[in-house]
Design a protein around this ligand. Structure first.
Ligand SMILES: Cc1cc2nc3c(=O)[nH]c(=O)nc-3n(C[C@H](O)[C@H](O)[C@H](O)COP(=O)(O)O)c2cc1C
Length: 421
């Protein structure tokens, strides 16, 4: 093991849920371990605690530990960055502990059905893959690996226009195009946005996601800190330095993604833009695709979506990477559900790490529940096989919860099955 790997393992040791396992590991290998320097002993103990095949994973955190070992430090730092002090990102997960499950008895749950229908697509699970940009940063298979796993397990995947793999290759890996939604970052040039959207529509994609929570990039301090610690020069792959405090060159940035290949980008001065109602109207006039708006966290905006013919609302705070609001996404779901009043499907994401989290979001009124970072943990750990295992584990955890709590179908999960502490 190199010095670099040792250092990485020690960082991992401090932050990892695997930490409690280390005592046991150290006991097993005490004679060998005592002949090694302390940091090497700790690193070797962690190596032993890591799983070596996807099937050994007992929960998503087993995959995260291997992912962290495999993914280069700057990419891991970028993935795990929130904004400012990362507090909102942490709250997204922590808040689930304050939402408790109220289990009911006397229900026949010998058979459990977790399938749903979402905007006309029949899915075996309400668990969906949230748009997660640049997945080759985590594994060479990139988004094609994620799509392969989604297809095998019958989940909906959503693809970012900032994907490292082309939409066509991901659509081929998915097969059934109704199980792939496309999320578009439109740039500040309407013509570019409409070209990108047309490309997706021409490939048979039926649903377009507009991400409304990123008119500008969040203050991703952890990303910059981690990039500073990575000895590899960012420019050699990215063309510029994503880990610097300087604004990125929008043309260089966009040209690194297949979705913008061959487009006239000369007029682009920003790869982001505010998603206004005027902009949505222009997109609506140019496409037959259904439109989901992602990043809704208030009743007011949910009502605007209902009133302006949006097809689905996606409750999200971008995994705590944008406004450091101090509000977990799960705490915002209730007001959105009330405002939407059953008129639109609601996708939810933010901090979902276990089947019980999925159950709780469904109980509060989500139609489907997304995972963001765990895709990259699993992809980085074992490629497509890792993502497949992550989806299998979450689905198992969800169906087990449904069985134990007395809810044989997704429709049977109601607000009465949860309470806030
Ligand atoms: C590394 C990273 C890249 C992301 N890329 C996108 C993106 O391209 N488009 C988008 O709408 N959301 C993007 N998101 C937000 C996710 O879709 C999702 O809302 C969020 O990750 C959910 O929180 P979780 O990571 O705690 O599961 C990204 C999030 C992360 C962490």
């Amino acid at each position: 093991m190199s010095d670099h790997q040792r250092r990485r393992f020690l960082q991992f040791l401090l932050a990892s849920p695997v930490l409690p396992l280390l005592g046991a590991c150290r006991d097993k290998s005490s004679s060998l371990a005592s002949s090694l320097p302390a940091d090497a002993r700790a690193a070797d103990a962690i190596e032993q605690a890591l799983i070596s095949s996807p099937q050994d994973a007992l929960d998503l955190f087993d995959l995260a530990a291997v992912g962290e070992r495999n993914i280069p430090p700057a990419h891991w730092g970028s993935l795990m960055s929130g904004s400012d002090d990362d507090r909102t990102m942490q709250l997204n997960s922590e808040a689930f502990a304050r939402l408790q499950i109220r289990a009911r008895r006397f229900v026949d749950t010998s058979k459990v059905d977790a399938s749903i229908e979402l905007l006309g697509s029949k899915l075996t699970s309400p668990i969906v893959l949230s748009p997660l940009s640049g997945q080759e940063a985590y594994h060479p298979e990139g988004e094609v690996g994620t799509a392969t796993a989604a297809r095998k397990r019958g989940h909906l995947m959503t693809l970012s226009s900032f994907a490292s793999r082309s939409l066509a290759s991901v659509a081929d890996a998915i097969g059934d195009r109704s199980k792939l939604w496309f999320q578009c970052y439109p740039t500040d040039q309407l013509a570019v946005a409409l070209d990108v959207i047309k490309r997706a529509e021409d490939l048979g994609i039926k649903t377009l996601i507009l991400t409304a929570d990123m008119p500008a990039r969040g203050n991703r301090i952890s990303l910059i800190r981690s990039a500073r610690k990575d000895p590899r020069p960012c420019e050699s792959c990215h063309g510029d330095n994503p880990g610097s405090t300087k604004p990125r060159n929008p043309q260089v940035f966009l040209r690194s993604f297949p979705m913008y290949e061959g487009l006239e980008l000369g007029q682009v001065t920003s790869f982001l833009r505010p998603i206004t109602l005027d902009f949505i109207g222009k997109v609506r006039a140019a496409t037959r695709m259904k439109i989901a708006v992602k990043g809704i966290v208030t009743a007011e905006d949910a009502r605007i979506c209902v009133d302006h013919g949006i097809d689905a609302v996606w409750v999200s705070n971008h995994g705590g990477r944008q406004e450091n609001s101090g509000v977990a996404t799960i705490e915002t779901l209730q007001e959105v559900v009330t405002a939407v009043a059953g008129k639109l499907p609601i996708v939810f994401d933010g901090g979902v790490r276990r089947g019980t989290d999925v159950f709780k979001a469904l109980a509060l009124g989500a139609t489907a529940v997304g995972i963001g970072r765990p895709q990259a943990w699993a992809l980085g750990a074992f490629g497509a096989a890792g993502v497949e295992r992550a989806l299998e584990l979450l689905q198992l955890e969800l169906t087990k919860t449904m069985q134990i709590v007395g809810t044989p179908s997704i429709a049977a999960i109601t607000p009465a099955h949860v309470r806030w502490r």
